[in-house]
Design a protein around this ligand. Structure first.
Ligand code: KG4
Ligand code: ZN
Length: 362
């Protein structure tokens, strides 16, 4: 039978996405327009500016997604969009675009849950050996810090999230606080890089060295994440020593390393707790999908692998780690198209009058 081709848009936060994907998992195009610069000074996503940027970027992104795919809009079989959760105005911009396009063309439409789409990405990217349900997803980015249990294409449970800051934003802020050069890496990757680079020859600044304290790992035993305590502990240390410029390089590097150990340590601990939680309930998890921008951190990858081999030693089943490519871990419309596919194929469509759900639970 003929393949089903979906055009999807994603606009739940600050990135505008448009993509074309077929039912065989073939990615025909993937357009993401970032707005980082727009929000940099605001210190977060400015809601109104984000909506304006989506309005500006959506038409061009959709146009480019179609031309990159070598299609005209009449070749598309269905249109998908992010229905929630997310910022109301942002979701509205994408939803209106998708619903209006679908209604005008008389094509079926499906509204997708953003987190479910993140969780299902690994089924697309590891198509040869996809993770089997039930599996855990650790989603760590600028926008999310989440541990999800995926039991089927439609059943998900959030095991842990953060009530304060996301891990990615804290990496960014600490990187900035230490005045690390970003080059093209971005703040989080620059911090990882700085931790990895070798120590300076001893002797040059020994007199100015400070002892870096053990930074907080927070709430042992609880499944929820929390990063604001760690964030302020770093801030207090830097301020108490007169700012980043006043810190000698050895102290600065030791502080960065201790921050990375504490932040990643928290992820390791929660993954361990989540596995234990599953085991106690007889939920047989064989795969852990680790995704999001922060998942490109090599230290995190090593620590997760170590943690698993330690935890595996007791039970019997090997657990594998799955790392989707970073470009599909960050917000994108490919995952929205892919998550809509089973509903299109089951002819389980939404109405053209479907409304967004900014606080949609999973
Ligand atoms: O998923 P993502 O690309 O975008 C959104 O969250 O929208 O995640 C970006 C986050 C940023 O905070 C960035 O600094 C962080 O991921 N990041 C890293 C690394 N590479 C990117 N954090 C730690 N280590 C890295 N190597
Ligand atoms: Zn996301």
């Amino acid at each position: 039978s003929r393949l089903f081709t979906v055009l999807a848009v994603e606009s739940s936060a600050d990135d505008t996405g448009a993509a074309v994907v077929t039912s065989s998992g073939n990615i025909l195009s993937n357009i993401v327009v970032k707005q980082h610069q727009i929000h940099e000074d605001f210190g977060g996503i400015h809601p109104y500016k984000a909506v304006q940027a989506h309005q500006r970027n959506l038409p061009g992104a959709v146009r480019k997604a179609l031309t990159d795919a070598g299609l005209t809009v009449t070749d598309v079989d269905g249109i998908a969009f992010t229905r929630g959760p997310g910022m109301p105005g942002c979701l509205g911009a994408g939803a209106t675009a998708a619903l209006t396009l679908a209604a005008a063309l008389n094509k079926p439409v499906v509204g997708v849950h953003h987190m479910q789409a993140h969780a299902l990405t690994a089924l697309l990217t590891s198509a040869e050996s996809p993770p089997e349900f039930p599996f855990l997803t650790l989603l760590v980015s600028g926008g999310h810090t989440l541990l999800l249990l995926a039991s089927s294409l439609t059943q998900f449970r959030i095991l842990a999230t953060t009530p304060d800051e996301s891990i990615g934003r804290v990496f960014d802020k600490v990187s900035r606080m230490l005045a690390l050069p970003w080059s093209s890496l971005g703040p989080g990757a620059a911090l990882e890089d700085f931790c990895r680079s070798s120590s300076e020859p001893s002797g040059d600044c020994d007199s100015s060295r400070h002892v870096v304290p053990v930074l907080p790992r927070t709430m042992p035993g609880a499944m929820a994440f929390s990063f604001s305590g760690l964030h302020s502990a770093v801030e207090r240390f830097v301020t108490a020593h007169g700012g980043a410029q006043a810190l000698d390089i050895t102290t600065k590097r030791e502080l960065a390393r201790e921050f990375q150990r504490a932040a990643v340590g928290q992820l390791e601990e929660k993954v361990g707790l989540a596995l234990h939680w599953c085991q106690m309930r007889g939920i047989d998890v064989r795969h852990i999908v680790v995704s999001g921008g922060v998942a490109s951190n090599a230290y995190l990858r090593d620590r997760c692998a170590l943690r698993l081999s330690a935890q595996e030693a007791s039970p019997h089943i090997p657990i594998s780690l799955v790392f989707p490519p970073p470009s599909l871990c960050t917000d994108n419309a490919v995952m929205i198209a892919w998550a809509s596919m089973h509903r299109f194929l089951a002819r389980d469509f939404d109405n053209y009058s479907t409304t967004i759900l900014p606080k949609w639970s999973i």
